[in-house]
Design a protein around this ligand. Sequence first.
Ligand code: PLP
Length: 353
Amino acid sequence: MSRFLVEKYQGMESYTPGEQPKPGEFLKLNTNESPFPPPSQTGEAVAKAASQLHIYNDTQCKALTNAFCKVYGVQPEQVIFGNGSDEILAFCFQAFCDKSVAYPNISYGFYPVFAELYGLEAEEIPLREDFSIAPVDYFGKQKTIVIANPNAPTSMALSAREICSILDQNPDQIVVVDEAYVDFGGESMVPYVNQYENLVVSGTFSKCRSMAGARLGYAIANPALIADLNKIKYSYNPYNVNTMTQVAGTISLEQDEYYRDCVAQVVLAREYFVEELNRLGFETLPAKANFVFTRHPKLTGDQLYGGLREKKILVRHFTRPEICEFVRISIGTKEQMTQVVTALSQLLEVAYA
Ligand SMILES: *Cc1c(COP(=O)(O)O)cnc(C)c1O
């Protein structure tokens, strides 16, 4: 740190992304990426777009927006795109959180970082004993609420009805529902954006649409809220989604069947994996995302993480005491999950020996 950094940022703890090792070094199941590449048409289309990089990109993302509205059944005034949904969430914190914000104490690691960045007082609402979010804990808050649904790293989901109860009980507060993982088994709130004046749904192409490296996220809400988010965007970086990403996103939406097939394969691999984990004596939280959160009575979270790492499988381990016994394992292909099952069986053989 230099002596020039503004004082209020000197103690700030920034976000720690999951490790990105050299390609091929590990079976990489630590950042919830898709095991499948983007649709085959993407390469050529992106290359063509690259030849136009001397021209500024479209700030309104018109082609992308058209394709998006067809698939998601919304109007162009109801959507905004961002450089990943991290940027969208940053816009939401900036636009809608005045002094304070509330979110679950165990959730996406970026929420506390944004709270600190924007100088907000954060209320971290504890999960229940079973690691679930209890809607009633969010009733009558005098502040903006942010909820990941399904939640990370638990992979557990609330029903749309439960989210509606939170919206109903906070009519004068914005509720941001982060649907980064909704396609893998959650219930989306997008059908409710016309009904609720206070609902913002954020989503991403990173996980289910195989585009983590392209950085494309979105928010869907009523036109007034989207106008507010655009006010932030156009005061910060109007060119936030680059030309090649806009093209890749459009292709993804045009090839919607490919994406649905990828999601279906991940869900099948998850179901297979959870069954195998049960057989091996793991306790796995009810998984609705493209990862599982699991623990074993015979091995600590540290031992699971380290043991798998030695076998060249990278998963995520969190050190905070409430969840340090767990590891979060992203779901890859069925073949990859078979490899993880084999590795875990071997670790357990040693543990029981
Ligand atoms: C991955 C993730 C995001 C953001 O992903 P982007 O790549 O920035 O779109 C947002 N919320 C949650 C809960 C996530 O896990």
